[in-house]
Write a protein that binds this ligand. Structure first.
Ligand SMILES: NC(=O)c1ccc[n+]([C@@H]2O[C@H](COP(=O)([O-])OP(=O)(O)OC[C@H]3O[C@@H](n4cnc5c(N)ncnc54)[C@H](O)[C@@H]3O)[C@@H](O)[C@H]2O)c1
Length: 246
């Protein structure tokens, strides 16, 4: 590789985000590790083998996103690869969920993705190169009880990516979605905390009979980011041990 490409990962300090960040750095990318937690993001960036930075940002705040992108461009250069990974979930029956929760989940998972994507797009168009990878969920393909509004945001991320892939198809920019199945992270811990039985039933429902690990998810992201994936756009890839074959 000549000049290292720059990748920006949101939610970089979480279970899946930190694996994606590490795999991208190991593949030679300079990574802007973006997360709510600036100190943890800086710590993560320091541990990487390439020139990388940690940036504190709330992706649901468009002014903060603009500042964060300016910092990344000044410190590392323009963003070549965007991984929209930050996401939140509250596992509970829809009938018990509140409007406040709906707003939060939509503003981070969906509008946050839209905002960060918009902020890097002009530069990608100018340079005729970009890879956008949305970390959606199998919940967005087939629905998941206890995650009704969350499933809606993940379906929205998939459809947003497909529509954007069409608009960007002649500009050297691809947009694809990776859909993790149940994966061993703090987000999934909500499920085992709620009910060990439900967690065990989820594990048994996976044809491979195990919950995914963040290291299972990251290689799919590195693939979509690669030069070799140039002719793949608007696609949705489940990484879920065969749980969803949609
Ligand atoms: N764990 C699973 O089973 C699973 C399954 C399917 C999809 N996913 C998706 O994978 C992605 C990563 O999930 P995870 O399991 O690693 O979760 P996680 O809770 O471990 O990590 C999420 C990270 O996002 C950050 N974050 C939250 N809100 C943010 C905001 N407003 N701005 C910036 N950063 C913010 C958090 O600080 C955290 O570091 C999410 O989009 C999630 O929906 C997870």
């Amino acid at each position: 590789m000549g000049t290292p490409k720059v990748a920006l990962v949101t939610g970089a300090c979480g279970g899946i985000g930190s694996a994606i960040t590490r795999h991208l750095a190991e593949a030679g990318y300079s990574v802007a590790a973006c997360d709510l937690d600036q100190a943890a993001a800086a710590e993560l960036a320091k541990s990487l083998p390439t020139q990388s930075i940690g940036v504190g940002v709330d992706i649901s705040d468009s002014a903060a996103v603009a500042t964060a992108i300016a910092t990344v461009e000044a410190d590392l250069g323009p963003v070549d690869v965007l991984v929209n990974n930050a996401g939140i979930d509250k596992i509970e029956p829809f009938l018990q969920s509140t409007a406040e929760t709906w707003q939060k989940v939509v503003s981070v998972n969906y509008l946050g993705t839209v905002t960060v994507t918009r902020a890097v797009l002009d530069g990608m168009i100018e340079r005729k190169f970009g890879r956008i990878i949305n970390i959606a969920s199998d919940a967005g393909r087939v629905g998941s009880s206890g995650e009704v509004v969350y499933s809606g945001t993940k379906g929205a991320m998939i459809a947003f990516g497909k529509a954007l892939a069409r608009e960007m198809a002649t500009k050297g920019i691809t947009v694809n979605a990776v859909c993790p199945g149940p994966t061993d992270t703090p987000l999934l811990k909500q499920l085992s905390d709620l009910s060990e039985n439900m967690f065990e039933a989820t594990r048994k429902a996976v044809p491979m009979k195990r919950i995914g690990q963040p290291d299972d998810i990251a290689p799919a992201v590195v693939f979509f980011a690669s030069e070799g994936a140039a002719y793949i756009t608007g696609q949705t890839l489940s990484v879920s041990g065969g749980l969803t074959m949609a």
